[in-house]
Design a protein. Sequence first.
Length: 682
Amino acid sequence: MYRNKISTFTLLLLWSPLVLLAQVPKDTVKVLKDVIITGKPYREVIPVQSLSGKQLENLASHNVADALRYFAGTQIKDYGGLGGLKTVDVRNMGTHHVGVFYDGIQLGNAQNGVTDLGKYSLDDMEALTMYNGQKSEIFQSAKDFSAASTIYMRTKKPVFKDGKNTNLLLRYKTMSINYHDPSFRWEQRLSDSVSLSVSSQYIKSNGEYSFRYKRNNQDGSLAYDTTATRHNSDIAALRVESGLYGKIKKGSWDAKLYYYDSDRGAPGAIVANKFADGYRQYDRNFFAQGYLVKDFSDKFKFQTRAKYAYDYTHYLARDTTSILGETVTEGAQSDDSYYQHELYFSTVSMYSILPIWDISLAVDFQYNKLDATRKGIQTQFSYPQRYTVLSALASSFRLGEFKVLASVVGTHVTEQVRYNAKAPDKTEFTPAIFLGYQPFKETDFNIRAFAKRIFRMPTFNDLYYTMVGSSTLRPEYMNQYDVGFTYNFLSETAFLNKFSIQADAYYTHTRDKIVAAPTGNLFRWMMTNMGQVRGKGIETVLNLGKRIQQLNLSTNLSYTYAESKDFTTFAGLALSSYGDQIPYTPWHSGSAIINAGTETWNFNYSFIYVGKRYNGNVNNIKVNEVQPWYTHDLSAQKSFTVRNYKFKATIEANNLLNQHYEVIYNYPMPGRTFRLIMSVQL
């Protein structure tokens, strides 16, 4: 059902920015000098981790989800294969508490609150940044203030060197598991102040790979031990992006169009000796967004953002059986289509009362609507609509080496549903305070602490799904506390040219956690507010750098200790899981990136480790243990020039030791794979 031909809609997306060519004067050969903007001293108060530029290019990663694994405190829930769902969880607070921003605007999904990071390629990514709490600034939207942690994906903007007006990059990737991935990026200077970019990527793979399936009985005896091939992990996906970037007096603007179309298998769990399933998922995602920022005076700054998004998801589930070794597909269990519309608008104003004191006000409006077509389902669908208004009042104050940020976010939600009684309006206020201090002026050593209260609204799935949702659900509340330090050292003469370390200890407490509980029939569940989770942990990140003549050496190390326990009670009684570590939370995890590079050569080694944890069967008993897993990845890259064309060749070996592992229980991951990347820049 995936279209082989690009639709008219996609063509319009590709070329619509070119219509503006008629309104923009032709570029001259005039080259503008770089402008360096200086302002007040800036210091990160909030724990931040970032991968950008060459670091992202050198990683043996396929998508955003793969790269985020190297951040301390993050857990990627990967359901296996190229077409499997990939979500991120930070500090074990839950995927719904992570705000994912694409070029400054949050990726929304009111239906289930989950962003599938496997859809987003690293090809056009300039930087990935993760903050615990929020960014260390107050000039941001109310959405930025409202999340427990935030991940920012910043795409590349056109950069023209040596008087060039056009950049064109062609790239092709292939893998040892029948994977083909051609892509291109075109950048054009339209005038001294306006530039254009268009990029596209097509992915095609049958997704088949071998895996080992080994299971023990409760008494420890061997139940299964076999090698099989992962099926229904195929994918055919097209991504197209187009952007315009402009400069105005004391400001800038940009506009972006994004389209993603995929037909992929949704590989299910390997259970009861069943190695194939009939789940399919079809996605069409489109959004258009814009951004404007301007300094009206030395004291007053203003920015505005707007976005419209349309998401279509078709989910098809069929029964499958195995006859004489062949997978046979039978009748459909479900055949559902969902259509989601989102409209978002944000304004932010910041005023400098004193050189050391700033204040800002952000107001966001968001509208979400969910329609559905559910074949074979006789029950009524609610067709919910949600109106959300967020306002954030924030202030930052600097006194010598001391800095404080404080904010309060007000959220008002109104919902309309077709077949249910009108849900009551919800209004909440959540405060936050961040403190930073540099005790020694001559040393880049900073200590910090913060406290933040967050809540999340139940998703449309939680509230309105037939036989599942409950329109009386309360929001989920969480308190997060953090204390930590950062030390940075740079020197051209010391043994290490770069040394930086940051460490944080945190505590989280979730109340009214939304959980699903059976009602006597395993096919009928109810959503209730009854959960409490308390978490604590330590995160450390170490960066080292050394230059030996033309050779640059760098090392990035991260380690996380996490303890997140379930203290849920029901009707005043402790559940059997009371005091147990929540599912898929390892006590120990870490990563390492070691890189060596010259002007034309680059070698990269990366390592991921995730310790013992328990699967989704709740109780911390031996049979529910999920063993630790780790991967070793290697890559080598060579750049060279032929007739002014810049070529780059990369070869990668992923999971070098061919470890058989599972991120999510019963969802096997690929073993050893090789990838070749060729690119040419014109």
